[in-house]
Write a protein that binds this ligand. Structure first.
Ligand code: HEM
Length: 448
């Protein structure tokens, strides 16, 4: 009697896809049978073959994290051949660059594609001291913690109304039915824009976020849409100026009133008003709405977490912080060097564009243990705080509002008691800087 090989399957194998019976064969050879294309001889590729970072490649929209890890480990000071920009990926270097506003300036733009070029002079985020200091000071009161916390009840009411509306619809897109209108509602009251204009502003935002995956630059319509927004903001500012001239309250804490008041005192130039307002308006929409969709993504990925949060709501702020780390809504910003700057022993020349990868820094294993694991028990200390809101003189002014919006949204969404699932295929924003979804179909299922 012939002896069968030790690992020979005694029953015929069945193809898991077609259900067809496959010829009996050695189990160990199954994967590498003669029908596969596995190389007969392994030839090692050059060491840098899978280190290629270009934020515009589809792979990076899809899943940037393995490339980030390769950069951190093997090329922490990387030069992107396609874009001609330097890239910093380790937490230590990203944070140092944020803090080095003298050698790494913002006034040549803080992104790689000139998104903010049309914002005009008052664009705070693309200014260096001393103008930056003056502009930031002009809107400081808008962001005072007391002012922000006083918005909680209003935000909650809006969240409840949007959830009610979503639940009454057959088909729900969380991005356009919740994340964007929620962010617009918060933004218009913060900035002092009329709520009735939200549909116009929404249309403008969607156009201005348009980009082509794989291609650098702002498409013409996106640039036109930014210019239209500036014209619109100028009209609202002029109207507010007229109201104030007629004796209306100059002490309101919204951005437009505060900027107009600062301009009356000579602290903000007349031609800086619109750019400053536009920057705050757009900063208060794109990243916060991306964060909300990332929360929904995490809800869908870890449904047991939703149950846990419902039973343990005190952990919601910690959950929000971990989403901000795990799926960083603003993946990168850029700076321009004024002189040579050295990181990890590598010198970046003067006049170079440098990208700071916050999305990678937030996954740096040198700072965060098991960074690819979603873990809401992390201890975010001074040395391991998330870098999602930047650092140094340009650190995000809206961080407390973004955290509050996210907390309220999570509380209200989980209070429903329903299971929420992503049902359908979501779409990401094509603007490389923003990681979040422009379309995210969901369904509410009554919990058993
Ligand atoms: C999840 C939400 C948000 C994220 C991830 C985020 C991220 C950031 C980052 C990374 C910066 C620094 C940019 C740089 O250094 O070049 C920044 C700046 C800024 N953000 Fe945010 N932001 C968020 C929400 C908001 C909100 C809600 C507002 C306003 C209500 C806001 C207003 C600003 C402003 C005014 C600056 C400019 C600060 C300066 O240049 O001095 N942000 N943000």
């Amino acid at each position: 009697m012939s002896q069968e090989p030790e690992n020979y399957s005694s029953t015929p194998a069945v193809c898991p896809y077609s259900g067809a019976t496959l010829p009996r064969q050695s189990v160990s050879n199954f994967e590498a049978s003669e029908t596969t294309t596995v190389a007969s001889k392994i030839i090692a590729p050059p060491a840098d073959a899978n280190i290629f970072y270009d934020p515009l490649t589809f792979a990076d929209y899809d899943h940037p994290y393995d490339v980030y890890r390769q950069l951190r480990d093997s090329a922490p000071v990387y030069f992107s051949p396609r874009l001609g920009v330097w890239v910093l990926s380790r937490y230590e270097d990203v944070q140092a660059a944020f803090k080095n506003h003298e050698q790494m300036i913002s006034s040549k733009g803080n992104d790689i594609d000139g998104t903010h070029d049309s914002y005009g002079k008052g664009n705070l985020v693309a200014q260096d001291p001393p103008r930056h200091t003056a502009l930031r000071q002009a809107v400081r009161r808008v962001f005072a913690l007391r002012e922000i916390l006083s918005k909680e009840d209003g935000l909650r009411e809006v969240a409840r109304e949007l959830i009610r509306d979503m639940k009454s619809k057959d088909s729900v897109d969380f991005a356009s039915d919740f994340a964007l209108p929620f962010a617009f509602s918060a933004s218009t009251s913060l900035v002092g824009l009329p709520k009735k204009d939200i549909p116009f502003l929404l249309e403008h935002l969607v156009r201005s976020m348009e980009r082509s995956v794989g291609e650098l630059g702002v498409p013409e319509d996106a640039a036109v849409s930014n210019e239209e927004a500036e014209v619109y903001i100028q009209e609202v500012v002029d109207q507010r100026l007229a109201e104030i001239a007629e004796g209306d309250d100059i002490n309101r804490s919204d951005v437009i009133t505060q900027v107009v008041a600062a301009s009356e005192k000579g602290k903000v130039d007349a031609d800086e008003i619109v750019g400053l307002t536009h920057l705050i308006y757009s900063a208060s929409i794109d990243a916060p709405s991306a964060l909300l969709t990332n929360i929904m993504y995490v809800f869908d990925k870890f449904p047991n977490m939703v149950k846990f949060l419902r039973e343990t709501p005190s952990m919601i702020p910690q959950f929000v912080e971990e989403v901000l780390r795990y799926e960083t809504p603003g993946q990168n910003v850029s700076r321009q060097t004024t002189e040579e700057v050295t990181f990890q022993g590598i010198t970046i020349p003067a006049d170079s564009r440098v990208m700071l990868l916050q999305g990678s820094a937030n996954r740096d294993e040198r700072v965060f243990e098991n960074p690819d694991i979603f873990d809401i028990t992390r201890d975010f200390t001074k040395a391991s705080k998330i870098i999602s809101f930047g650092d140094g003189i340009h650190a995000c002014m809206g961080a407390p509002l973004a955290r509050l919006m996210a907390k309220v949204a999570v509380e209200e969404l989980i209070a429903q008691g329903d299971e929420i699932r992503i049902v359908g295929f979501p779409q990401r924003w094509a603007k490389q800087l923003v990681r979040g979804f422009s379309f995210q179909p969901i369904k509410f299922y009554p919990a058993n």
